[in-house]
Ligand binder design. Structure first.
Ligand code: LLP
Length: 427
């Protein structure tokens, strides 16, 4: 983590800002994102593609972290966005990302979402089924527009990742079965309101090996060659997202290796390529700050450290058995001997566990910790479970920190709820 450092006086720092100072000012739990880390990681991806001699557009996957500040950085740097809902589309527009740079993926786009997207002149819609192709044609025709579409193809490749986040196997709900893709692509050219431009694929998330990418892109390349041989034009291939990061001691996915797979399989087809990374650019840029409420050890085989953050804030450990690094914030905690302890939240479920038998110094009431690599799929998956308000968020940029979302108040938590009108008469 080149953006994390320890200072003998200030403790743990992110991009040169003391995390304790942020927690002092705002309380915990609190999310922190490092803008420069995000910028540098996106730059590294773009450079890897350019150095491989590829013309690649980066469409940041908004679902990973959809904060308007994050999206405005994406827009300023000239990248596009990959969205999966009308809500995400609206966020990209609010953040100033031109609609032409936005790609719409997803297995069930509603008519209202499609109308909104096509009306805005969205850059590309990745079509995920035969029925959706007909629906998009009808909507675009009704609006007097041409929708630029690709077919998202399911290459039936095992991404060797967690079952809940693999998407490229034949019985996953995503994409068009490989065997049907060529015929459906031909059909797209016969329908009004459509401009078919190529294919898209996405095989899963937190992918650490390049083999699945090679396998998927090789299949897409075969498809491109065969539909071209039948006389149809193919201009673009959207290569999806999924590059994994190092949560524990894995070697993180290398953008250069991804570029290598794209070049080896698709490089000589004269295509314009794009990728949709979410986790890789922003995951390592974020931490979740939390304080210890208390320690529980009497009569227990193994002690518990109970935090003020919980599964409603960061659900990844409960949902995917995900491992996240945990570091103390205070400088004096770095030199202490470590011992195993279970790290849990206060929510009323045993699944509300961040770590088991984690080696940590002797932390206690009011000690603070950072949960690492929470920039992707952190805030966006938070909920109000147990009526716990959404935590505050901070952006660190050039040595300064700014609050980008205040801690939700209790009133804000229930402001959308209404009580039924009182009965007006006797039934
Ligand atoms: N493109 C499509 C069509 C996707 O479905 C996804 C992620 C991405 C791009 C971005 O993938 P990434 O580069 O972030 O791996 N909540 C889970 C991850 C779910 C990923 C869903 N799709 C987690 O916390 O691990």
């Amino acid at each position: 983590h080149p953006h994390l450092s320890t200072d003998p006086l200030c403790g743990l720092m992110l991009e040169g800002v003391a995390l304790n100072a942020i927690a002092d000012a705002l309380g915990t739990p609190c999310w922190v994102i490092g803008a420069n880390t995000l910028r540098q990681r996106l730059k590294r991806m773009q450079t890897a593609m350019t150095d491989a001699g590829l013309d690649v557009r980066i469409h940041y996957a908004v679902k990973a972290n959809d904060h308007l500040s994050v999206l405005s950085i994406i827009g300023q740097e000239g990248y596009g966005a990959d969205i999966v809902s009308g809500g995400e589309l609206a966020r990209t527009q609010k953040a100033g990302i031109p609609a032409q740079r936005v790609v719409f993926s997803g297995v069930g786009k509603s008519d209202a979402e499609l109308e909104h997207a096509i009306g805005l002149g969205i850059g590309q819609i990745n079509v995920e089924s035969a029925e959706e192709l007909e629906i998009i044609s009808a909507i675009a025709t009704r609006l007097g527009k041409q929708a630029r579409i690709t077919l998202r193809v399911n290459p039936d490749v095992d991404a060797e990742t967690h079952a809940k986040i693999t998407t490229g196997l034949a019985d996953n709900k995503f994409g068009i079965p490989f065997a049907n893709a060529a015929a459906l692509y031909a059909r797209a050219f016969t329908l009004p309101g459509l401009r078919p431009v190529g294919f898209a694929t996405h095989i899963g998330s937190q992918i650490l090996s390049t083999a699945p990418y090679h396998a998927a892109y090789a299949r897409i390349a075969d498809l491109v060659r065969s539909v071209r041989a039948s006389g149809l034009a193919v201009e673009v291939v959207d290569c999806g997202g999924g590059l994994g990061i190092s949560y524990r001691n894995e070697v993180e996915g290398q953008p250069e290796a991804l570029a290598g797979a794209m070049r080896a399989e698709l490089g000589d087809l004269g295509l314009r390529l794009s990728i949709e990374p979410g986790r890789w650019p922003i995951g390592p840029a974020g931490v979740l700050l939390s304080s210890v409420i208390l320690r529980k050890e009497e009569g227990l085989p193994s002690p518990f450290l109970v935090l003020d953050a919980a599964m409603n804030d960061l659900v990844r450990p409960s949902m995917y058995e995900a491992w996240h690094g945990i570091l103390p914030l205070a400088p004096q905690d770095f030199s202490q001997p470590v011992a195993p302890i279970h790290v849990v939240g206060p929510v009323c479920e045993s699944g509300d566990t961040f770590a088991r038998d984690r080696l940590l110094p002797p932390l206690g009431r009011a000690s603070r910790i950072a949960i690492l690599d929470t920039g992707a799929y952190g805030t966006v998956m938070s909920s109000n479970y147990n009526s716990r308000p959404l935590a505050s968020e901070v952006l660190v940029e050039n040595g300064q920190w700014t609050v980008i979302r205040h801690r939700q108040t209790l009133e804000e938590m229930w402001q959308d709820e209404t009580l039924p009108a009182p009965p007006t008469g006797k039934a």
